[in-house]
Design a protein around this ligand. Sequence first.
Ligand code: ADP
Ligand code: ASP
Ligand code: MG
Length: 422
Amino acid sequence: MIHTMNVFKFGGASVKDAQGVRNVATVLQQTQHSNLVIVISAMGKMTNALEGVVNCYFNDPIKVKQALEDIKTYHWSISQEIFTDINAPVFKQIQELITTVSSFLQTNKSTNQAYVYDQVVGYGELLSTTIVSAYLTQMAIKNTWVDIRRCIVTDPNFRDASVDWQTTKQHISKNIAPTGITITQGFLAAEATNNFTTTLGREGSDYTAAILAYCLNAASVTIWKDVPGVLNADPRFFKTTTLLHHISYREAIELAFYGASVIHPKTLQPLQKKEIPLFVKSFYDPLSPGTCVGKGVTLDPKTACFILKKGQVLLSLSSLDFSFIVEKNISDVFILLHKYKMKVSLIQNSAISFSVVIDNTYNNLDVLLTSLRSTFRVSWNEDVTLYTIRHASSNDVKSLIQNKEVLLKQESRETVQVVIKD
Ligand code: ADP
Ligand code: ASP
Ligand code: MG
């Protein structure tokens, strides 16, 4: 018998406080799905707080204890608000999770920072899913808590692991029931050799939802957000925005790739392959249609879309002897960018100069610059903003860059990109 399953994903913002956790139950009651896999991120800014723990561990170990205590207090106070029974088992579970991560740090001998990072940051999701699962049980919403690390198998590339799809598919069908409600963690996975925890990259919970949907042949994925859906611009930076009712997979991939942080870029490919629709909806208003990403028209309504990526680095290279920048030099540059895990979001090349806009996620700019200086004349600007405008009219671009210092501009048929100094 084929069961229709759906996948829901609640991000950190939707479970950042007691009201948010209560609202998960409300969304489930209003949407009335019986076969659901629910993916949950760490509450609020807890992944950042856990990154802080890892930072202290390597740089200021005396502060680890307090940092973990603060994380425990945050979850504890939310739980005190939502659980009627002060002796509910969830309080003991929170304590146990905190004790486990603390003992890991006390006994760990590895100096591999990415490995330690993944063993620690995942506790945000383990804590949030434990609390939400217990709360739904209290509300008589029957559910099963599943450890996603038994389902998603990856390589050991800590902090940015790649999925082994075949094994993952087998593990998912073994560990996730096709009926009822399953609660599980976003962002986490495990590598195959030692079962060490890995992570799929920051904001990776959307991708988790897509992996599950793909492997379970789900009917749809819904990601619940603090916005009405995908808008034509980030409402934190643009005063007026338009809700996009429908976006094609292709267009959504482009928007996410250029940095529309409402959807994680890796989410869309697996869904597109099986034509599983992705809904982006408001968790304040569960019955509103929100945005549908799926087959069909590129963009409805057809309007310019603005994406901005802050905190980028614009790097410009020219050869020391003013000789041309050719394939060989460019390939050397890319070897270094790859080595230092710099994500490239724009490239521009002329006869004697080569510019790239990069994301310095792993703080490797200094080492990169040192390596480049032996071969190139290097200039760079830190903290620039990259604006990408899709389907723009020339007026859209003009008004965006008015009174701003434009460092670089690039235009193709559907996309205009400008790098602006803040
Ligand atoms: P989550 O709780 O799932 O982690 P995020 O905070 O990552 O949610 O994503 C939601 C936020 O994405 C919104 O609050 C909004 O500020 C931002 N955002 C960026 N670009 C867009 C866009 N094009 N449409 C809607 N929201 C956007
Ligand atoms: N909790 C993780 C993060 O904050 C994953 C996610 O929220 O998608 O990056
Ligand atoms: Mg997020």
